[in-house]
Design a protein around this ligand. Sequence first.
Ligand SMILES: [Zn+2]
Length: 613
Amino acid sequence: MATETPVDARTRGRGDIPEAFTWNLSDIYPSWSEWEAGLGEFERMLSGYAELRGTLAQGAERLLKAFRLGDDLGQLSYRIWYYAGLTYDQDQRDNAANARRQKVQILFAKAAEARSWFTPELLRIPLTTVREWMAADADLAVYRFAIESTYHQQEHVLDEKGEHLLSLSSRLGDVPHDIHSMLANADIKHPVITLLDGKQVTLTYGQYNALLQTNRHQADRAAAFHAFHETFAANANTYAAVYNGVLQRDWFIAQSRQFKTTLEAALHANDIPPAVVENLVATAKAGTEPLRRYHRLRKRVLGVETYHAYDQLVPLIDCERKYEYSRVTDEIVESMKPLGVAYQNSVRQAFEGRWIDVYESPGKRSGAYSAPVYGVQPYRLLNYNDTLDSVFTLAHEMGHSMHTMLSEAHQPFVYSDYTIFVAEVPSTLSEMLFFDHMLSRTTDQRERIVLLQHAIDDIVGTFYRQCLFADYELQAHRLAEVGEPITAEALSTIYFDLFKAYHGDAMTYDDSARITWARVPHFFGSPYYVYQYATCYASSAQLIQTITSGSVDERREGVERFLELLRAGGSDYPMNLLKRAGVDLSTPAPAEAVVKQLDRRVTQLEQEIDLCP
Ligand SMILES: [Zn+2]
């Protein structure tokens, strides 16, 4: 591992960062001219669809050819997309890279058009016929799950006329999200407040969050909270009307496709029973006692007379510890020990060979991700800044990368990608293992408190908050389903009642919080999405129990099942994959595992705090 000479992160350019900490995109293409050639090849291959059109019914050989063409195009698409996309993300001021990225997007739209006939034509062949073909042809049988799940979608596909109408309406369906985005971003007037020290702050989203996470004066946090939410409350009726658009659209689509509820419509593609979500929200709501205990503890440690929503994020204690990248990579490898030596070696491999773009630099995309460049390697983008948060982000993204590496190694291309429903399992499990390792290693009591708070806040944010959100979405959609009026008041009441049901007497409530629903982008952009963060977290909570406790044999079996889940990629419906790993989301057990985990962590934190001088 290279070591780094420290340069002030805020002022250094990309050129000042040692090469070892930047990703090497020439593993994808040596230069833009090879990338150009890739585009040309992609376009040439597309013409294969025209030759196949109208011939699928002729037999297995034609269908196989079409699937293989899809695979070839798919594999190439990863390279041409990510070469341009990753170059752009390393400096988003790079107009040439942006133009190239858009060129790929245009090409992809062309590809979608070129193969748009494929699914309808496949579905005109009786499934029994295709099953006979698969029984006789092992190469075609590789595509069994892809084929069966396409037919599974068909149950709710309308006739040609109906589908045409629905496709026309889809443009209308995007409008509520666009309006919300304009209202909450482009046109919003961020409030300005004056802090106790006389400083003025404009409460952009970033500033608002930073203030709530760092400001030690409750009066400042309160002022920020009220001003921020009043901005939304000022347009409450407009937000409600926009959200009504989302609800009515979802109900329209569900009814058109003959689903009984909007939830059923949303879950059908992944074959997830609605009971999973209903179970999840019920178990979370019944398991709020450790959540309340945490907030009561926070109230005591922060020494506030009354404890409010705006007191949830500020750290219990200050800890200046820095986590240097070069040191933590070894810690992360070490922390994966329960998963076995082979897994650890792969993690080590994924830290080497310049697959990671580590540090912030001017124009670089914010946040973090793992990009699965098929046939090359998973690349990670980070904005690593030596904080504990950035170490956990690194452990998280490493989980995604390992998932990619294992599924690519064990699945045919068609199943190498996995759905979001399982994607956050290895990433959150990675974080949990890393947490266990760090906690067992440190003798610094302040660090233990900071680690525990991090783990607890993670459970609160990834599980409880998302369950509350899922519950809100369910109740709001039900208003549309039964034809109740959808007003700002009705939506605020649903949200506020839920917020109170979760926090009970552990919090003092402010009316400003009623409007919170208006500022959650997922509600407007991707309904019935956030619950998946919670189901993934619950799955990990249950898996880590089997991996780290019990007899040697039990643990070995738990690890094997977990690795099997990663190797399985997208080769089956997510519920089935998880069931094979020992997680049955149709029961309350996984969500209960989170409640128990939180309970344990809060007890640990209470003990550490009582010992702390
Ligand atoms: Zn993730």
